[in-house]
Write a protein of this length. Structure first.
Length: 147
């Protein structure tokens, strides 16, 4: 079981973050997980995962539903003024990483996780320039996606 800090969840939290917390707890004990890194900042990553060999991953959990996920191509055709699904979460991660002022050779990976949307639909909705996005299968033990 992964090492999680804090090991208990706050009383009030979105159900998507709660499901992600439970899934992360089931990772091997070679993972160290920090939940809600900056509770005083409302727009901060939800999790930081660090592996035993020092690799790090920031995770922002999206509350978007499958019905909200429209392919990027459809948004361009429709000229919809709404921000594409995942864009807000992506911006939160990018701002957070920039605020860390890491050395140029220090790399920090980022992931937007969509617990309510199948992975295939997430990939179809993802803009070409977006880094890593994953669907709900990542939270399932037999889902086929690996952390």
């Amino acid at each position: 079981m992964a090492h999680i800090l804090p090991d208990t969840l706050p009383q009030i939290m979105p159900p998507e973050v709660h499901r992600t917390f439970r899934a992360l707890k089931n990772l091997p004990d070679t993972f160290f997980v920090w939940h809600h890194l900056a509770p005083w900042q409302p727009d901060a990553p939800d999790f930081l995962l660090i592996t035993q060999d020092g690799r790090a991953l920031l995770v922002k959990v999206s509350a978007a539903s499958a019905s909200q996920a429209t392919s990027a191509a459809q948004l361009l055709l429709l000229q919809d003024d709404r921000a594409p699904v995942g864009q807000e979460e992506e911006q939160v991660l990018q701002r957070f990483i920039q605020s860390l002022d890491l050395p140029p050779d220090q790399r920090l990976e980022a992931l937007v996780l969509f617990p309510n949307i199948p992975h295939r639909q997430v990939l179809n909705s993802r803009p070409p320039q977006a880094p890593s996005w994953a669907g709900k299968e990542l939270l399932q033990e037999d889902g086929g996606l690996q952390w």
